[in-house]
Design a binder for this molecule. Structure first.
Ligand code: SIN
Ligand code: FE
Length: 325
């Protein structure tokens, strides 16, 4: 098991995410409401939970080029490689915080075993496809009927991808949001997830859309700069520590920070990402729909202005001091 000392410390007020048995009909109320919920005791990923650990991965996760991120710190802040060139072309400095490389599972597991303080940290994040070896067979035994039931009931779009995540203890995926619905399955070890609603957009200060860190919060949870990000104090998050077999519903556009517990060994998780359902413009708009609209406005401004540095000043000119009260 785990205790509080294995959780990183942050200056945040956090509530607990509800934890419900997989057959509890209330789960569907949460999902329909776009609210996070931990689904406990489900059979969905049971075939993996029963078998998977790092030794099993070493035997059954194949392929010459698994995607592994390398970081000098415990943080693995995602960045969009396509946007790096754009920034350099427009004179915006960007130093990638992690390095992406290709590795065989044998090398990854060996480096985890030999890891000592001060070494680079590793995080394997590989899309599941036919090239990843025998683990695919366990995937086929997942309870796809349960998943398809939820997908149909809540009018989600198609399953777009599964991501397999093999992490060292203590690794952190900093706070960000995704534009898809996510069933996050915890297979092995313990992960703590801190979530914030889309209405906390202003409190979490996302990087601009053109920036490689688009969708990522600019706030460093380890050392929040309150003079730049004063509204971070108002963020109201919720959290859960996931154990093997748990599935966390991370609603589309919800912010999430994910950490593998410290001193609790490596972790294995698998994401099920679904496209959002068809957009229904029912008023009042939902908070996540407002985020989506503001993304479109920002995208349009970058396109018409041609210079990303003009976007902020134009928005300031538009809104500054006019809509207060
Ligand atoms: C993680 O498990 O580290 C991140 C997963 C996600 O952002 O969906
Ligand atoms: Fe995510």
């Amino acid at each position: 098991m785990w205790d509080q000392s294995q959780l990183r410390k942050y200056d945040l007020t956090l509530e607990a995410i509800p934890r419900l048995h997989h057959a509890d009909p209330k789960i569907d109320e949460y999902i329909a409401d776009n609210k996070p919920v931990v689904i406990a005791g489900s059979r969905v990923i049971r075939p993996a939970v029963d078998k998977w650990d790092m030794d099993y991965m070493e035997k059954c996760l194949g392929g010459p080029g698994l995607t592994v991120f390398v970081s000098q710190s415990h943080k693995f802040k995602y960045f969009d490689e396509n946007k790096v060139q754009y920034c350099l072309r427009h004179g915006i400095d960007f130093v990638p915080p992690t390095r992406r490389c290709k590795m065989r599972i044998g090398e990854f597991v060996r480096r985890l075993r030999e890891w000592k303080k001060g070494d680079d940290r590793l995080y394997l994040q590989q899309a599941v496809n036919s090239s990843v070896g025998n683990v695919v067979k366990d995937f086929m035994k997942f309870d796809w009927e349960y998943l398809a039931g939820k997908q149909a009931k809540h009018n989600w779009g198609p399953l777009s991808s599964n991501l397999l995540l093999l992490s060292m203890e203590g690794n952190v995926t900093p706070c960000h949001y995704d534009e898809q619905q996510n069933f996050f399955g915890q297979v092995y070890g313990y992960k703590r997830c801190i979530l914030f609603p889309p209405s906390d957009y202003e409190c979490l200060y996302p990087h601009p859309l053109y920036h490689p860190h688009d969708r990522q919060s600019m706030v460093d949870f380890d050392k929040p700069d309150y003079s730049r990000f004063p509204k971070f104090k108002k963020a109201r998050g919720c959290e859960a520590v996931l154990e093997p077999g748990d599935i966390l519903y991370i609603p589309i556009y919800w912010w999430h920070h994910v950490e593998s517990l410290m001193r609790a060994g490596p972790t294995i998780s698998v994401n099920f990402w679904y496209k959002g359902g068809p957009i229904s413009l029912e008023y009042p708009l939902k908070d996540h729909q407002k985020v989506s609209i503001s993304r479109n406005v920002e995208k349009m401004l970058v396109e018409v202005l041609q210079d990303p540095k003009e976007v902020g000043p134009l928005l300031e000119m538009m809104a500054g001091g006019r809509f207060g009260e």
